[in-house]
Write a protein that binds this ligand. Structure first.
Ligand SMILES: *Cc1c(COP(=O)(O)O)cnc(C)c1O
Length: 391
């Protein structure tokens, strides 16, 4: 009920709304991705690399002082301890292995904050494949350290100078590149967004998160199901990974947390489920923030990784069916929650992740509840923002 159907839809959302020129690329993926991913040899290589290169399984950590503060039981899934510092590498590793099986020789990607660009440049170096990353010209200015990382890793960073010169423009330019250079090129999309089969493909690569939490929680509590799974949502890949193996276990409540920026009604926000309407964004039908005549509204959040005008189609469906509870946190609420984690647990979270932690102030959990919070990434990249905020 929550998995993609054979046409690429999650309920009303999803599909592949693409220009005709992209049909051959997308069809090649649609026809081959499951066969390749499910093959034993692929799984063997993917699993081995997740273990030896990424450092999985990531720990499930019982956060005692945080649990005491909120009078409940909080388990942090430590994706921040992965190589490159976030969950994104689970997906880029999976996709580059798939690209190799398809005989591709070159990788392109889009990036906003630069985290997906770095995770892509990393696996391209690992596999010896040329890598071109499209990034909005404004984002290149805002996210210098990640641009430098990508270059050091051997990637070419190409500025997108159209439109607002941010993520959506970088995505448009990457798509344009792919149309012009389809044969030997694979486009690694960074979240559960884009035309089918990307949302499902990315979800499958990130599903390792909940696959692990099931046995890890069992080991710690004797139960494999928690009461809640909580994750932040930009496009929705860490959330989908954390939810995946619980989707059909309806006793597990799923909480998706979006960025409310300066406030839901401030005009400066990225809370797509509340503010969005159905439309087409980057090749799939989903909820997105748009003007009455369908122009995409620029999102805003203090965290660059949540600054996306849509959500993946699977999340639009989870919202529509009320399988997931959608919450949101403002910049201020996230920054406060991030500080709490620093001081109580000695963990500096990514500001994206801090939005998920902010839910602890908003919902009263029971003392017997077990919560899993996906700690999607570490906050080193956000040090300048933390310092500016806390002065
Ligand atoms: C990119 C990023 C996100 C948001 O992306 P999703 O696809 O929604 O997971 C969240 N947390 C961190 C640390 C990120 O780097």
């Amino acid at each position: 009920m929550f998995q993609v159907n054979e046409k690429g839809f999650y309920g009303k959302f999803g599909g592949a709304y693409i220009p005709e020129m992209l049909y051959p690329n997308i069809e090649e993926l649609q026809q081959n991705y499951l066969k390749i991913i499910n093959a034993e040899s692929f799984q063997k290589e993917f699993r081995q690399m997740l273990k030896d290169y990424v450092g999985r399984p990531s720990p499930l950590y019982y956060a005692q002082r945080l649990s005491e503060r909120y009078q409940t039981n909080i388990y942090l899934k430590r994706e921040d301890l992965n190589h490159t510092g976030a969950h994104k590498v689970n997906n880029t590793l999976g996709q580059i292995l798939l690209a190799k099986k398809l005989g591709k020789e070159k990788i392109i990607a889009e990036t906003g904050a630069g985290q997906h660009g770095v995770a892509t440049a990393t696996v391209c170096a690992l596999m010896g494949m040329p890598c071109i990353v499209y990034m909005g010209a404004i984002d290149i200015e805002r996210q210098k350290p990640n641009v430098q990382r990508m270059k050091l890793l051997g990637a070419e960073v190409r500025p997108a100078r159209s439109g607002s010169q941010t993520l959506k423009d970088a995505t448009n330019e990457a798509m344009r590149h792919w149309i012009g250079d389809p044969k030997g090129t694979h486009y690694i999309i960074g979240s559960v967004v884009g035309p089918h089969p990307y949302p499902d493909m990315v979800a499958r690569f990130q599903a390792v998160i909940s696959e692990e939490t099931k046995w890890q929680l069992q080991e710690k509590t004797g139960k494999e199901n928690p009461d809640y799974v909580i994750a932040c949502v930009g496009g929705g890949s860490n959330a989908m990974g954390a939810f995946f193996h619980y989707l059909d276990d309806t006793d597990v409540k799923l909480i998706a947390v979006e960025a409310a920026g300066l406030g839901i009604n401030s005009g400066e926000s990225a809370a797509t489920s509340v503010l969005g309407k159905s439309g087409i964004l980057h090749g799939s039908k989903t909820l997105l923030m748009q003007t009455p005549d369908g122009q995409v509204i620029e999102p805003y959040s203090i965290s660059a990784g949540l600054d996306y005008p849509g959500i993946g189609p699977v999340h639009a469906h989870l919202y529509d069916t009320q399988r997931a509870i959608f919450e949101n946190a403002t910049d201020d609420e996230a920054m406060a929650a991030g500080k709490v984690l620093c001081e109580l647990e000695g963990i500096i979270p990514a500001i994206e992740t801090a939005h998920a932690l902010a839910v602890l102030e908003k919902i009263k959990f029971n003392p017997s509840d077990n919560l899993i919070i996906c700690l999607s990434g570490r906050g080193d990249k956000d040090l300048a923002t933390y310092m500016k905020y806390y002065g």
